[in-house]
Design a binder for this molecule. Sequence first.
Ligand code: UD1
Length: 354
Amino acid sequence: MRILVTGGCGFIGSHLVDRLVEEGYKVRVYDLLEPQVHLGKRPSYLRRDTEYIFADIRDRDKLKKALKGVDVVFHQASQVGVGQSMYEIRKYVEHNSLGTAVLLDLIVNTKNKVKKLIVASSMSIYGEGAYSCKKDGIVYPLLREETQLKKRDWEMRCPKCKRKVEALPTSEDKPLFPTSIYAVTKRSQEEMCLAVGRAYKIPVVALRYFNVYGPRQSLSNPYTGVAAIFLSRVKNNRAPLIFEDGRQSRDFIYVSDIVEANILAMKKKEADFDFFNVGRGKPCTILDIAQTIISLYRKGLEPKILNKFRAGDIRHCYADTRKISKKLGFKPKVSFKEGMKKLINWSETQEAFD
Ligand code: UD1
């Protein structure tokens, strides 16, 4: 069986490629080698036993060639900076949404034997997570108002009665509320793939990744996630800078668990034409992350709580993992501490520009 991984030189895609090769599949990688991520170099982890096509996802002719003889496509290629997507709007929409449209157009309109497509979606499409209000039950607040944040009143409030609410696991049926262009394009990727898959009876699976971390994550790209940002700072003897009060939380999942979810999505028929959260289902505060990294590095640093907010940030979102666990038997294996240790061990061999 031949598998195409778009974005297969990236952080998540490259781990997926390793696993697919280990399992004996023939793998072809299609990747742009984005200069902001790869700094103009080929990453050292590229493999000799894998075919590489270095090209843009919007390049119809090259992508058409890449699809030759392919049975399964993992579509991982995307521009990934949330903040950057708010000023490079056209670039993000072109690569992520139009790029996906080119891929789907080829699958539908040219001779090929693609039998399954797995697309990388994101928790960012939810916006805020789900919350519980003592009076109004389950509620889905939108982003906090600036007037609230200016008073350093960080926790979420019920959209109906304005009482403080508590975070709940966010399930797949929470209404979507993307708050960045990146998130809008992730939603479009997921919805386009599922719509085309359902119409043409090509099994499609969308995996909504929560906050992924692990080796090969860019340590110098300012648009990378908080774990890599803190790691670069601590490594360079600088205190992690914490927005708000540090009690905001996320669901951090180690990259090998994300790979496992992709493999299950490919192998299990139960996944077809459906979308799934991929998280650990356990919230972790940003302050905890900073402290874990500092203690694993054995540095005498104190996280610096800024009491400032980053525009567009959500307060809490963690996965309700019941659907993926029940339908695909997915169980994340790597604890946060274990995963951070692995990330730190790897980072010792890397240069990290804070
Ligand atoms: C966003 C995206 C997610 C993407 C991730 C990494 C949304 C809702 N989610 O997640 O899809 O995978 O970016 O690109 O858009 N923080 C600090 N100090 C820092 C950096 C961050 O305190 O130096 C805090 C932020 O304020 C935030 C939390 O850490 O509360 C997490 O930030 P980040 O890692 O950027 O991820 P998300 O915003 O969850």
